[in-house]
Design a protein around this ligand. Structure first.
Ligand code: HEM
Length: 498
């Protein structure tokens, strides 16, 4: 049964629920001074207000009710924040109260909500894993030491586009970026390609797609927790199977590597797997193989689609704005040399390229509502009470498009960031595509290296035009909502060597 049909059935049970909730409400104190918001319907509350593109529907509601609004999503009280001032209150001033998350039911498969970093509550284990991410996996030193792995994958991307250019074939940018991101991640982690048919990694790619589709789909059990046991859409059951497949593949790759490490004269690969096995063997950090497998699951699910869809948006915006593309290319041609290979070490010398990536993430944050937070206690925010247990969503998309903060917010203007101090590291609350506070995205340094390197390489090596018949001004720039926001229409373009 699909999501809307289920909502309809629930609506028919309205009479029964209403009677029950009246009885329940009599004994329950609900804090006064709740944020404003649209009136909820019985039982389903404001679920229908979300529409197909919740970040846009919620931005519209914020224009009517203000930067803090309350919605009733089934039985889940939800507060949506849409201003930098209030985002700072949640992510900085009251960080401890809002550091935990509401958990989608699918994520409880294989206890991933307790073993996966994005979902586990703040605890000694959480702090330990964050430390491992920051020091052993994604520190500048570590990323510098394995940058050759990513560089090789980007060279392959350039070679692939070169071949398409030679044959006059159209390039599907999102598809090519996804393959490169996935292979960059899998080389950073395992020193192998996800798309290599000779490894189990190819299967990993397919399972990962299935996981993203499942976790991205709305699930009625998240809004009516009494339905969790029944799992009416079968979402959790399917996720169990996908997680099993993925964890088994990781298990195989870990066993192979452990065996390799016991061989005399074995050299380390300097990848994430070796770094983590060193930590496990060292026994000082309380990390075991089961946690390592869940960490890999997050690494791929959290890192691949986010990075590749951002690259596709960046190329889409540059193709729609040829004068910005030409300015970015001129910078690269002058500093790197036309058609020469760009390196990660060049990024800091390329202010316009950096501004282009920031501008893309301002307009198209791939997780527009960030990951949900949960109030651990009643909290006073913006003069209103957020009640204990409420889900809290931060609408990074609405903040990035607010005309009170950004001049001409719907125009792609990388120049706005030239000479500006605003960065993406969670200190400037008008630009928070990676979140902020103690749960800020730990993948940020890796994502930034991959984005700049892929984008810079693609535009330094080629001139680009849209596929025949599509004029820049007529491009479809609509979104499609899933686990990440993707383009409704893929960017397809023709490359010509510079
Ligand atoms: C453009 C690329 C990316 C974007 C926009 C992005 C965005 C985000 C956001 C919004 C959050 C939630 C932050 C919060 O609650 O305040 C998050 C969390 C997370 N991200 Fe990313 N991400 C990206 C790439 C990556 C990569 C490449 C990795 C891993 C290699 C990664 C791993 C994670 C993890 C593990 C968390 C959970 C952190 C926690 O809950 O403590 N992300 N990301």
């Amino acid at each position: 049964m699909d999501f809307l049909a289920l909502i309809f059935c629930l609506y028919l049970l309205w009479g029964l629920f209403q009677a029950l909730s009246l009885i329940a409400k009599r004994g329950k104190r609900s804090p006064s001074n709740l944020p404003p918001g649209p009136r909820p319907l019985p039982v389903i509350g404001n679920l229908l207000e979300l529409g197909n593109l919740p970040h846009k529907s919620l931005a519209k509601l914020a224009r009517t009710y203000g930067p803090i609004i309350k919605l009733q999503l089934g039985s889940v009280t939800t507060v949506v924040i849409s201003s930098p001032t209030l985002a700072r209150e949640i992510l900085q001033s009251h960080d401890a109260v809002f550091a935990n998350r509401t958990i989608p039911d699918t994520i409880t498969a294989h206890d991933h909500h307790q073993l996966g970093l994005p979902w586990m509550p703040v605890s000694p284990l959480f702090r330990n894993l964050r430390k491992i991410y920051n020091s052993h996996l994604l520190s500048s030193k570590k990323l510098d030491s394995n940058r050759h792995l990513r560089s090789k994958k980007v060279q392959e991307l350039v070679a692939y586009v070169g071949k398409c250019a030679h044959n006059g074939d159209v390039v599907d940018i999102g598809e090519a970026a996804f393959r490169t991101t996935l292979n960059s991640l899998s080389n950073t982690v395992f020193s192998l390609d996800m798309t290599d048919p000779s490894t189990s990694a190819k299967e990993l790619k397919e399972v990962m797609w299935q996981i993203m589709a499942e976790v991205g789909k709305p699930n009625i059990a998240d809004y009516f927790p009494v339905l969790k046991k029944i799992d009416p859409q079968g979402s959790k059951q399917r996720t169990e199977l996908h997680f099993s497949k993925m964890l088994d593949i990781f298990d195989g790759l870990i066993k192979q590597r452990l065996q390799l490490r016991t061989q005399p004269g074995a050299t380390t690969s300097n990848d994430v797997l070796d770094a983590l096995l060193d930590v496990v063997e060292d026994k000082s950090e309380d990390l075991d193989i089961s946690l390592v497998k869940h960490l890999f699951l997050d690494f791929f699910v959290a890192g691949s689609e986010t990075t590749s869809s951002t690259l596709e948006w960046a190329m889409g915006e540059l193709l729609r704005n040829p004068e910005k593309l030409s300015r970015a290319q001129t910078e690269l041609h002058l500093l790197i040399g036309k058609g020469k290979q760009m390196k990660e070490a060049d990024i800091s010398r390329l202010p316009y390229l950096q501004a282009t990536v920031k501008e893309t993430l301002r307009m198209h944050p791939p997780i527009p509502l960030l990951l949900p937070r949960k109030a651990e206690a009643d909290a006073q925010i913006g003069g209103f009470t957020i009640p204990k247990g409420a889900q809290v969503l931060l609408n990074a998309w609405a903040i990035g498009r607010d005309p009170a903060i950004w001049a001409s917010p719907n125009e792609f203007m990388p120049e706005r960031f030239l000479g500006s101090d605003i960065d993406l590291r969670g200190q400037n609350f008008e630009l928070i595509p990676f979140g902020g506070g103690r749960r800020i995205c730990p993948g940020l340094p890796l994502a930034m290296r991959m984005l700049h390197l892929m984008l810079g390489s693609l535009i330094n090596a080629f001139n680009w035009r849209l596929e025949d018949g599509v004029a820049p001004g007529k491009m479809n720039m609509e979104d499609k909502f899933g686990i990440t926001v993707q383009r409704a229409q893929p960017v397809k373009a023709v490359a010509v060597p510079v």
